[in-house]
Write a protein that binds this ligand. Structure first.
Ligand SMILES: *Cc1c(COP(=O)(O)O)cnc(C)c1O
Length: 354
């Protein structure tokens, strides 16, 4: 393997765990592929990245990530086409974004060369973990954590950047019921909502648990100041369709700049669809629902590509959405997946071949 490159230190696994995995009954996040990458930041520099068998690591209990949550992550996927070629989707956008997230969390940026070489090598080593077929993928989780021991509340001077991967089937494919947030908030002006910072997600679990107790699956987050504008759904960006117009909120420091969102907007514009990128008032959506003009709501993110919303609760009233035959959500899901699985033209060069 050493001929692959000299940028990385590579230790291959002695025995693949592939045989142990029941790919017909995959539970997302339970099985990890044979190899992982880690790279330490010490003395002001990223050291040589290491590819090694996936496995536990040990840290002192005082390392800063455990106490202050100085951590960021990404989510991306690899797809296998019918000719057994493996493809990534806009991987440099994920690198750019983790560096934007890192900057906000005072974590040093990770070099592009290390990121891309590591990804390519991991995908080559673990290509048998990327299964062919619609809905199958290898989920890729890059992340960075503060690893300096010491409980003083200040930025760390040591970090570990890692990439782990796990096989995935279509994530949540069934339509979801959502709660439009009126009490809790996900992010605020000047905060970290635009960053994939670990703490953003931990803080959503409790309000989401309360929503689940009411029989809803997810929360549509609204702006923290007034709760009058729609922002995001769980860990997805959110789109609304009123008649034949597609609406989504503009990104800002409270809203994550999703790659799926960006891709859908581009495809919609390519098709000449009417797309409005502006603040989406809750009242406008409620009024449209009452008038029968609200045709669909869908979430967009790498994990599930697109998730249809079947209904939502607001002010203790539940609104059902109609079942759409010609759904925009399903149309864009298919268009995106056709590009991701190398079944269609890729006019914007989003695919990246391993
Ligand atoms: C990751 C994420 C998204 C979706 O981003 P993609 O790049 O499309 O995967 C949307 N909102 C939040 C809060 C996220 O964390």
């Amino acid at each position: 393997m050493s001929q692959l490159n000299s940028l990385l230190n590579i230790t291959k696994t002695k025995k693949s765990r592939l045989e142990e995995v029941d790919f017909d009954n995959l539970q997302f996040g339970k099985n990890y592929a044979d190899h992982m990458m880690y790279c330490d930041y010490i003395d002001g520099e990223w050291q040589k990245p290491v590819i090694a068998p996936y496995g536990p690591m040990s840290f002192e209990p005082s390392v800063k990530v455990f106490h202050y949550g100085q951590a960021v992550f990404e989510g991306m996927k690899a797809f296998k086409d019918d000719h057994d070629d493996v493809w990534l989707f806009r991987p440099e956008d994920n690198l750019n974004r983790i560096n934007i997230s890192s900057k906000r969390m005072a974590i040093p940026e990770f070099p592009k060369e290390y990121f891309m070489e590591s990804l390519k090598t991991l995908m080559q080593l673990d290509k048998d973990w990327v299964k062919k077929g619609q809905g199958n993928s290898l989920y890729i989780r890059p992340f960075a954590i503060a690893t300096e021991p010491g409980v003083s509340a200040s930025e760390s001077n040591q970090y570990r950047f890692m990439i782990i991967t796990c096989p995935a089937k279509a994530y949540y494919s069934k339509p979801v019921k959502v709660l439009i947030a009126q009490d809790y908030s996900r992010s605020a002006d000047g905060g970290v909502g635009y960053a994939k910072a670990a703490g953003n997600y931990g803080a959503q679990f409790y309000p989401t648990k309360l929503a689940k107790e009411k029989g809803l699956d997810q929360i549509i987050w609204t702006d923290a100041n007034t709760h009058q504008y729609m922002e995001e759904a769980g860990t997805m960006n959110i789109f609304f369709r009123i008649n034949d117009k597609l609406l989504t909120a503009p990104t800002n420091d409270r809203i994550l700049d999703g790659i799926t969102r960006r891709s859908i907007i581009q495809l919609a514009k390519d098709e000449g669809l009417d797309v409005e990128i502006d603040r989406v008032e809750v009242k406008r959506i409620i009024d449209a629902a009452k008038a029968g003009e609200l045709k669909e709501i869908f979430g967009a993110g790498t994990a599930a590509t697109i998730v249809a919303v079947e209904g939502f609760e607001y002010d203790d009233t539940y609104y059902d959405l109609p079942e759409m035959k010609d759904s925009f959500g399903m149309h864009f899901k298919k268009r995106l997946q056709d590009i991701q699985y190398n079944r269609a033209e890729d006019p914007h060069n989003w695919r990246f071949k391993i």
